[in-house]
Ligand binder design. Structure first.
Ligand SMILES: CN(C)C[C@H]1CC[C@H](N2C(=O)N(C)Cc3cnc4ccc(-c5cc(Cl)c(O)c(Cl)c5)nc4c32)CC1
Length: 333
């Protein structure tokens, strides 16, 4: 069997653009629209006890349509593999974007941080906690919009986000004190701590708590003491301090962040936690292009699409919508 034969004719598979843990991510082209996609490939045999994380990520990506969350277009499952067809982010990782510039000016950091806060507030509103927020999991698309990725560690506690979690997970450098102490914690509160680390990294280009030795790293995190480097304005210092509170009960909440003075500076509106596009909207022009291509009526085409099974039709339709939103011709090849 040729490699990835299940994709043949639907996607041209190109170079590997990254790999992480149990997944390989390749660049691909959706054959009908010629749109670039990212294809996350996971071999079932190598997933082991990480298999549940795939299901968790799938459900999260399907339930969380938001302008700053990476879009899922299609899911393909075979005997041996999972393939996730995802929105391609040509701007790469936010982490590299910061490193290239040493650090970001407050103005640019604010534009980015508002987008991350919007995505996290949306997640929390839907009862999810990401639990692995870090610059490596925030990507940039062509228009420099931020896209949150990697929902393999996210949690959607059944009773609701105000119920405690216990699994210790995520990267130690970004992990909240209560999480590394192995105490029960609230997903929303650990995400706020990680947002504080993220904002510090955006503004200073380094991490507030860092150490090769894991024990001294833990001691630093538990102390809550970090260097307030000179590049931070007084307001930035105050905002970061309100997120990097060792006592989770003293930490600022995501709702307070939405209209915090630092985030409002230069903006009229608070950060929105809403998804700005209509989910699964019925777009007549995209619909008719697909109906014509498949030689079926618009109604038959819509009935195939309206079940949103994340099959090839879902991917084609969403990619056509994306082309239309970017003012490109709605065309199938
Ligand atoms: C460090 N991580 C554990 C994996 C790493 C893999 C490459 C990826 N990437 C890159 O690193 N570029 C530099 C290019 C790039 C471009 N577009 C992408 C679009 C989506 C994703 C993506 C990856 C994963 Cl593992 C997901 O779960 C989701 Cl929801 C989305 N990764 C992309 C991606 C970034 C993350």
């Amino acid at each position: 069997m040729a490699r990835y034969s299940v994709l043949k004719g639907f996607y041209d598979v190109e170079q590997t653009i990254g790999s992480g843990g149990f997944a390989k991510v390749k660049l691909g082209t959706h054959c009908l629209t010629k749109e670039k996609v990212a294809i996350k490939i996971m071999e079932k045999s190598r997933l082991g006890d990480d298999l549940p994380r795939v299901k968790i990520e799938l459900e999260a990506l399907k339930n969380l349509p938001h302008q700053n969350i990476c879009k899922l277009y299609q899911v393909i499952e075979t005997e041996s593999h999972y393939y996730l067809i995802l929105e391609y982010c040509s701007g790469g990782e936010l982490f590299d974007h910061i490193v290239e510039r040493n650090r970001l000016e407050e103005k640019q950091a604010r534009v980015f941080f508002r987008q991350i806060v919007s995505a996290v507030a949306f997640l929390h509103d839907k009862g999810y906690a990401h639990r692995d927020l870090k610059p490596e999991n925030v990507l940039l698309d062509k228009e420099k919009n931020l896209k949150l990725i990697d929902f393999g560690l996210c949690a959607k506690p059944q009773p609701g986000l105000d119920s405690f979690l216990y699994t210790s997970c995520g990267s130690p450098t970004y992990a909240a004190p209560e999480l590394i102490l192995g105490q029960k914690y609230l997903g929303s509160e650990v995400d706020i701590w990680s947002l504080g680390i993220l904002l510090y990294a955006l503004l200073c280009g380094v991490l507030p708590f860092d150490d090769e030795n894991i024990d001294s790293l833990y001691r630093k995190i538990l102390s809550g003491r970090y260097e307030e480097s000179s590049c931070l304005s007084l307001e930035s210092k105050r905002l970061i301090r309100s997120m990097l509170q060792v006592d989770p009960k003293k930490r600022i909440t995501i709702d307070d962040l939405l209209s915090h003075p630092w985030l409002m500076k230069g903006f009229k509106e608070p950060v929105t936690k809403l998804c700005l596009h209509k989910v699964h909207e019925k777009d007549p022009s995209c619909l008719s292009v697909m109906a014509e291509y498949y030689r079926v009526s618009v109604d038959v085409m819509w009935s195939k699409l309206n079940s949103w099974t994340y099959d090839y039709n879902t991917a084609t339709y969403m990619l056509l919508l994306s082309k239309k939103q970017r003012g490109l011709p709605i065309k199938l090849y």
